[in-house]
Design a protein. Structure first.
Lengths: 192, 402
């Protein structure tokens, strides 16, 4: 994890708290409790939480929800693609759990500037745990003229305990949406 | 493999396994062997099995039989070759004695390190030194598919290839079709949807004017979202900016074909089963609870059996509703990027078939190999379909005639 001064770290935690609030919204909606906020110039411009259950689309992660909010908002304002790309390159994402491989790749495609996350995602994290999609390709332009890949700065561990305890209590209560429990759910001690 | 139908001459289906194929160096081990007289064979085998059993190489046959000039020649594995052991002193003492007793001249040989997982691999192994092969009871590769199924797989692949021609300036785009393999029902269809579509009239004019000279160039695939995911910014089509359509967005950098197909499948599910309580998304549960993958697999299998038996009745009741895309296959023209490949994990797709590898960001064998990432909570099987050039241009011409 990169070194940050105390005041910067306070700022990060301030936004991470808002991401946790989003995760709580997910929890209240019986969704896997992961939430995020996207910040531009120190201001929250989009929020999102997991909606995979409601939409029956398992790709509707918090990040995807927030991204779609922005794409819609900016297109309604009449921004073109270049301007939208410019906007994303100035945005910071705060998310309670390390983005999965799908979301990490999406964030790279959009060219987000930076990501802060809470707990690591040992099962399918795309920012260091399983793949490292936040690190762009070494060669700048590939030979056949395809567009350059984009990396982003990514650090984790902010308010990780809060993020984990939300996930724990979600599975502890025995997900009410589960069709039929196979056996009583016991919760293991957190992995770290 | 023989083509199951003359419609699909020279088509080929190739399993893309979860582990990268090992190099010869990694998949073999050196042993010390010697030629022996056939009549001494049984005595030597008996002694060697006591002195130097091949504990971790049980798939290997101890004796190799060659025929040269009508004569049978037998070779036997004496022992594993030690790291630095080029000299006879390095052999186990019992083996040294045996060499002396029978006056054997030893030589080095390369043999396969692990048991073969497929017939093809086994045949390769036997070229080095014979091994035994026990086909897996539940083959995940091509050998588990019968001719009838391969034919329907090829048909589905063909229908995807008919979708790869975009309405935009004749560019090729990726296409996806999600199919229920039990009854062939198409669950959803999609194309890359990154740019706005042109008005249909413009499209028709340009199609017709170019029909004759147009040749499909599959290598010109910069317009394929998964192949060039960061290209959305440069791909301008007379900048149709700021024209949001009714559905909301005029363009969307993440609407790769597979993502759109998943969304369409979800919409279909909500439409067919409007009142059902939403299913649990347990994607993170393994992090925080102890429901093991084996348990989950059983439930999914039970669900499938259930589904299979009820399809004959044409029921679309709760009982037949799969969890997400459990049990469904997806066909893609191009190998998906990591975003799409992971989305297909999340949505619980059963098998993925693609035609063209994605050299730069392919996530299913070319650059990454998500199907082999043990930590993921769901694993699909991946197959590549090789379509001969002739068939590709025929598919393209058929489409033009429509």
């Amino acid at each position: 994890m990169g070194r940050v001064s105390e005041s910067v770290s306070e700022d990060i935690n301030r936004f991470m708290e808002l991401a946790i609030d989003q995760a709580k919204c997910a929890f209240d909606n019986l969704e896997v409790p992961i939430g995020c906020v996207i910040v531009e110039d120190d201001e929250v411009i989009a929020t999102g939480y997991n909606k995979t259950t409601e939409t029956r689309n398992a790709t509707r992660h918090a990040e995807m929800e927030a991204i779609d909010t922005l794409l819609e908002k900016w297109q309604k304002c009449g921004l073109n693609k270049t301007q939208v790309a410019q906007k994303f390159s100035n945005c910071i994402l705060y998310v309670t759990c390390e983005p999965c491989i799908m979301c990490a790749m999406a964030l790279s495609i959009l060219g987000i500037r930076e990501v802060f996350f809470g707990c690591a995602n040992d099962k399918f994290g795309g920012c260091g745990s399983i793949l490292s999609l936040h690190i762009g390709e070494a060669d700048n332009k590939c030979s056949d003229g395809a567009s350059q890949s984009k990396g982003f700065k990514c650090t984790g561990g902010y308010m990780a305990d809060e993020a984990i305890s939300l996930l724990k209590s979600f599975y502890e209560q025995g997900n009410p949406n589960a069709p039929k429990p196979h056996r009583p759910v016991r919760v293991q001690a957190p992995q770290k | 493999m023989a083509a199951p139908n003359e419609q699909f001459v020279d088509w080929e289906i190739i399993h893309v396994p979860g582990n990268a194929p090992l190099s010869l160096e990694d998949s073999t081990v050196n042993v010390v062997a010697a030629k022996i007289e056939p009549k001494q064979a049984s005595a030597i085998i008996r002694q060697l099995n006591q002195i130097c059993p091949l504990e971790n190489l049980r798939h290997l046959k101890r004796v190799k039989k060659d025929k040269s000039q009508g004569k049978v020649e037998l070779s036997i594995i004496l022992c594993l070759s030690s790291e630095n052991g080029s000299s006879i002193e390095a052999f186990p003492s019992g083996v040294r004695q045996l060499i002396d007793n029978y006056n054997l001249s030893s030589f080095y040989a390369k043999v396969s390190k692990c048991q073969a997982t497929s017939k093809e691999e086994w045949e390769e192994q036997c070229k080095l030194w014979p091994t035994s092969f026990h086909p897996p009871t539940n083959p995940e590769g091509v050998s588990g598919l019968d001719a009838e199924e391969i034919k329907s797989i090829y048909s589905s692949m063909k229908s995807v290839m008919q979708l790869v021609q975009s309405n935009i300036q004749h560019k090729v785009v990726n296409a996806a079709v999600i199919v229920n393999p039990f009854n062939g029902q198409i669950i959803s269809k999609a194309q890359d949807d990154i740019l706005p579509l042109l008005k249909s009239s413009e499209e028709n004019i340009s199609w017709n004017s170019k029909n004759e000279e147009m040749k499909y160039k599959w290598s010109e695939n910069k317009g394929v979202a998964c192949v060039n995911p960061w290209g959305w910014l440069e791909r301008s089509c007379q900048d149709h900016d700021a024209m949001p359509c009714d559905s909301g967005l005029a363009w969307h950098p993440l609407k790769h074909a597979a993502m759109v197909a998943i969304e369409n499948a979800a919409v279909r599910d909500r439409r067919l089963f409007p009142n059902s309580s939403p299913c649990n998304n347990d994607c993170y549960s393994e992090l925080y609870s102890d429901i093991g993958p084996a348990k989950r697999l059983k439930t999914e299998e039970a669900q499938l059996t259930n589904q299979n038996s009820e399809i004959g009745n044409g029921l679309t009741s709760e009982a037949t509703r799969p969890y997400l895309c459990t049990g469904f296959d997806i066909y893609l023209a191009w190998e998906p990027c990591p975003m799409c490949a992971m989305a297909l994990v999340h949505q619980r797709i059963k098998r993925i078939f693609y035609a063209f590898p994605n050299p730069r960001v392919g996530a299913l064998g070319t650059v990454h190999r998500l199907q082999g990432e043990k930590s993921l909570n769901h694993h699909y099987s991946v197959f590549r379909i090789h379509i001969p050039d002739k068939a590709l241009s025929e598919i393209f011409l058929e489409k033009l005639k429509d």
